[in-house]
Design a protein around this ligand. Structure first.
Ligand code: B12
Length: 225
């Protein structure tokens, strides 16, 4: 499949056209294109363009919502294919994932969850607008190894810190690694709030989660210090 297909996928997101986005995803799968390539080279660049146009005032909220709808339509086909990859693998670890309080962006977080599942992690997705207390309660209930916190707004990033504080308050922090992500989040921010790691995209999140699991296993004593 050609570069034009990826460009058409990008266009379908910018145009907010769910039918076309879904049709192209189906075609890509039938042509043997990896679902991850379709996402990373087709649909996600479309989302970035939407964000840029919105920031320039060339697009408005309803347009952005239509683009999100188109992305969801494509993901409805691609997501199950990605998840299939994980069924044959040994369990790598338990992850509790969510978007911070005040924030309803979920597309990237869902993608992170899908890829973690596809690589053998058991993922409990708490959804969006999740308080620190809820993260802590669910981390306890599911015996999470890792808590993953997404934030897409500069105003909700600080709630990632609240999640860490809630884990500390619940006495869970020594047992749970925290990874953070989302468009405005940086490694520096992750360090500043005391997170264990930051990843810029879903595939890097898998690599990070694996390394956090290794740190958990190899340094259990140091971890509790
Ligand atoms: C789609 C979208 C929406 C949709 C969300 C739909 C949904 N169900 O998710 C809707 C229309 C609802 C929306 C609403 C708003 N949005 Co909006 N939105 C976007 C947009 C265009 C794309 C986001 C997206 O899905 N990207 C695609 C995914 C795949 O990428 P991603 O989310 O970054 O995720 C990847 C990485 O960040 C990372 N990652 C993500 N989470 C995590 C978690 C962990 C643990 C790890 C390790 C990694 C990780 O991996 C992901 C996969 O590779 C962005 C622009 C942008 N470039 O981000 C604006 C953007 C985020 N939105 C913005 C704004 C302003 C808003 C609104 C405030 C607008 C308004 N006036 O109401 C509201 C906020 C509502 C709220 N309270 O949350 C601004 C934020 C500005 C800022 N700096 O704070 C942006 C940047 C647009 C802009 N350029 O101005 N939005």
């Amino acid at each position: 499949m050609s570069k034009e297909t990826f460009v058409a996928m990008q266009r379908s997101i910018v145009d907010g056209a769910p039918d076309i986005a879904s049709q192209l995803a189906g075609q890509a799968l039938r042509a043997g294109i990896s679902p991850l390539d379709a996402i990373n080279q087709g649909y996600v660049p479309g989302m970035h363009e939407v964000g840029e146009q919105f920031a320039r005032g060339q697009m408005f909220l309803p347009d952005m919502m239509a683009s999100a709808e188109a992305m969801r339509a494509a993901m409805a086909l691609l997501d199950p294919e990605l998840k299939k990859l994980g069924t044959e693998r040994p369990m790598e670890g338990i992850v509790v994932l969510g978007t911070t309080k005040g924030d309803i962006h979920e597309i990237g977080k869902i993608l992170v969850g899908t890829l973690l599942s596809a690589h053998g992690f058991r993922v409990h997705d708490l959804g969006v607008d999740v308080s620190g207390e809820k993260f802590a309660a669910m981390a306890h209930e599911f015996r999470a190894d890792i808590v993953g916190v997404s934030a897409l707004l500069t105003t909700t990033m600080r709630n990632q810190k609240s999640v860490i504080e809630a884990l500390e308050k619940a006495g869970l922090r020594p047992h749970v690694k925290v990874m953070v992500g989302g468009a405005p989040v940086t490694r520096r921010w992750a360090d500043e709030i005391g997170a264990d790691g930051y990843a810029k995209d879903a595939m890097t999140a898998v690599v990070l989660a694996r390394s956090l699991m290794q740190r958990k296993v190899q340094h259990p004593v140091a971890e509790q210090a």
